[in-house]
Design a protein around this ligand. Structure first.
Ligand code: PLP
Length: 434
């Protein structure tokens, strides 16, 4: 099935008992066993079924199947947030002593997770000098457990060459993890280009309405853990925390997701609520349609801003002079996402006045909502970073990040126009005549 159909039907036929057509919300913590033996078989992971919602839940499972189907993966696990998904993906691969190699341009909280939290747990984050495959490959060694990148960086809007990164990682026997939050599988399926693990914040474009948080980890099923048993003994040797289970033997192509679920979700419990799974599924039904409008409006806003003399610069991969234009053509057929950044003439102060004058466009830290949203990364999402780290992450002091929504384009542009006027940069027509 195609994207549009998978978005509506993926992972769900109809409820076997009630024949309900909308996804039922299984608001339950536990599931009754037929017998002691049935309970034991469930706990031994010998039979399919549910036992406790910290491990799995039928509503969440439908979402897991839908996201896996959209990404072309073998299996997925859905958790409480995008950050929980990233944390579980990293920890499932990297124990103390391992390292993760990534470009410097990352979502702010992911940078913090890698640079600070995981480091304290003995997992080293290695940030390359830039987002190119050569700079990243240089940092891979025998302790590397994963290469990680965002298909479209948030907020920098950089595009990683996933095919080149996958080749570099695989040359060293290492899997590639891609955060595909900004692109969504509608614009790009990283697994088709060699990615092994795909991570999502479902909170953003996937859910699409800013109403529920969620995250997903999808496994392509293609990485051969047994062939890298020295690097990844956790998949190939008996797991003492699970009475000697060997993940690759029991789960084959689903070994990674099974370990993620039975080691990390089971013991640390960043569980996705069934109601959130329902809301995210509702959102995903219109994902393909929404992305079309997001992309179209994103282009029109980028063009409006670039044509306005009050705007100093616009960073948008759909422009032919963008350093990421070629990659945007290759990976998205030119359909650059609706995430873009820009700076005003007059720098930080003018930017703040503009930001405060927005009426329709919301001032907040979120992306991928049906509503148009704007954020000032230096004072919010990337505030914990030093100015040098901000510069490396592609965050300039005056930069405004915009996630263009699906409203009528004229209303979005009118709001931008009046906020630019309020920033005290003079009238557009007068500046244009200069
Ligand atoms: C928002 C975001 C995250 C974190 O997701 P949450 O659901 O907010 O935890 C991770 N990566 C990217 C690219 C994001 O935009």
């Amino acid at each position: 099935m195609r994207n549009e159909t998978l978005s509506v039907h993926g992972g769900f036929v109809s409820d076997p008992t009630t024949k309900a057509v909308a996804t039922p919300i299984y608001q339950t913590v536990a599931y009754a066993f037929d017998s002691a033996d049935h309970g034991a078989a469930l706990f031994n992971l010998e039979t399919d079924g549910f036992r406790y919602s910290r491990i799995s839940n039928p509503t969440v499972e439908i979402l897991e199947r839908r996201v896996a189907a959209l990404e072309g993966g073998a299996a997925a696990i859905c958790v409480a947030s995008g950050q929980a998904a990233l944390n579980y993906a990293f920890l499932t691969l990297a124990d103390c002593g391992g390292n993760i190699v990534a470009p410097p341009t990352l979502y702010g909280t992911t940078h913090t997770l890698l640079a600070h939290n995981l480091r304290r747990q003995g997992v080293e984050a290695r940030f390359a000098a830039n987002d190119g495959a050569a700079a990243i490959e240089r940092l891979i060694d025998e302790n590397t457990r994963a290469v990680f990148c965002e298909s479209i960086g948030n907020p920098a809007g950089n595009i990683c060459d996933i095919e080149a990164l996958a080749r570099a990682a695989h040359r060293h026997g290492v899997p590639l993890i891609v955060d595909n939050t900004v692109a969504t599988p509608i614009l790009l399926k990283p697994i088709e280009y060699g990615a092994d693990i795909v991570v999502h914040s479902l909170t953003k474009f996937m859910g699409g309405h800013g109403a529920a948080m969620g995250g997903a980890v999808v496994d392509s099923g293609a990485f051969d853990w047994a062939a890298q048993a020295k690097r990844f003994p956790m998949f190939c040797e008996p797991d003492e925390s699970y009475h000697g289970l060997v993940y690759v033997e029991r789960f084959g192509r689903e070994a990674f997701i099974a370990r993620c679920r039975s080691v990390y979700q089971r013991t640390t419990g960043a569980v996705l609520a069934p109601l959130s799974a329902f809301l995210l599924l509702q959102g995903i039904e219109t994902l393909a349609l929404r992305m079309e409008r997001h992309v179209e409006n994103g282009r029109k806003v980028a063009e409006f801003l670039r044509g306005d003399p009050r705007v100093a610069w616009v960073n948008y991969a759909g422009f032919a002079d963008s350093p990421y234009y070629t990659l945007a053509q290759k990976y998205f057929s030119g359909r650059a996402s609706s995430l873009l950044t820009f700076g005003l003439r007059g720098g930080l102060e003018a930017g703040k006045a503009f930001y405060d004058a927005l009426k329709l466009i919301k001032r907040l830290v979120n992306i991928g909502d049906a509503k148009s949203l704007a954020c000032h990364p230096a004072s919010t999402t990337h505030r914990q970073m030093t100015p040098q780290e901000q510069a490396k992450a592609g965050v300039r002091p005056e930069m405004i990040r915009m996630s263009v929504g699906i409203e009528h384009i004229d209303d979005i542009v009118e709001d931008l126009d009046q906020a630019l006027a309020a920033a005290g940069l003079g009238r557009r027509s007068a500046l244009a005549a200069e």
